[in-house]
Design a protein around this ligand. Sequence first.
Ligand code: ZN
Length: 460
Amino acid sequence: MYDNTHEENTLLGIDTKKRVLPAVMAGLLALNAASALAAESRTAPPPLVIVAGNVWDGLADKALGPMEILVRDGKIAAMGKTVEHPADAKVVELPDHTVTPGFIDTHVHITLRPQYEDALWNLSPAYKALLGVEALGILLNNGFTTVRDVCDTDMHGYTTMDLKRGVEQGLIVGPRLLVAPHLISTRGGHADGTPLLSADNLPWQNNLADGVDAIRQVVRQEASRGADWIKFGGTGGFSSPADDPAQVPYSQEEMNVLVSTARDLGLSVSPHAYGDEGIRRAVQAGVRAIEHGNMASVDTLKLMEQKGIYLVPTQMAVVRNARNADNDAFWTEGKPAYVRAKYRKYSRDIMESAKNLAQSKVKIAFGTDLGTNPFVNNNGAQEFSELVTNGVTPLRALKAGTSVAAEMLHQQNLGVLAVGKAADLVAMPGDPLRDIQATEHVDFVMKGGVIYKSNPPHSN
Ligand SMILES: [Zn+2]
């Protein structure tokens, strides 16, 4: 049976039983209350042996069956049918569970919430940071040990960079965080917030750039603040009031300059892009990945395949909306009418492209676009089953959220369970290769060798 009497009490100094509450928020409060303790107890925890009923390592075509994993100094020190049990090792028994690499969501917006889409200018950076703390706790609790935030709407500051620092310093609890601070946009493009405002008193925004000189300047500014990725608006979008998902605001020349400026600074680029022309142009410019890409033609998907460009299709946001474009009951969350109108216009293209993506060999990386949908009561692991619903195999979906995501993010240490890799792993009852929805029931989370959640139902 699972033994929860030691590891959290010694590693995090908190009482597991008090933390195992049904409400997510209760767990979050405890997680973040524990963070200061976690930060202070940075001395290496004792080695730990996980005895797993089943393992999938992020790469293999099949589950590997029962295995033991020795975790030491935050890394996987050994893995096999049996491993050495050091004298001081803790043992975590996870029978009837599948252990997989920690999930990776490469497209979130931790400081966004759908109810604030029309009111972004009313929120202070401090309040956005609090929203980010909440999102990070929920993501880790659901098994996401790494996430990439692909733009804040803090048009003056760098709130998501601060949140990344907070996680690294142990000030707050959350997944490892990679950040594209802002979405670089033309005036009137996808991340120009001013069409929401009266035209007579417009604020300055640090993410707007028209023309090659301005583009160079903004890319360098993002890099100087520690950006891990550069993101830009390669087409219009659905959630923005003043543009259309098929519009292409930047010229080929502008995209080329943007990508080469980032490349000179060692940064990868991934544009927000829906319409085929915008995607194709960005691919030609040399981006590493495409965000959304949900109206890509067969030819453009082929080009991405040939060039090895990743696609982050965010299907639980986009394809789900398209599938429900004519379903009145689905559109009751108070989303602006223009969003639904655009989905009605493009739902056939989106469904067709999702089918073509499933049949392609494009490298799919997992992304939910959470933040445009609520974090609370909305487990991002639903993206796994959304991908499968749209024809992607369970194995390809699981790789998208583990090994392929890590590869896209240049994180050779993550996404795979193997000796020497970071001990970022999760466990869930059942076998996700047979039942993809098992991913929505993660009850054990370890990041960097530290247990953040361990409440298999049978342990109570
Ligand atoms: Zn997004």
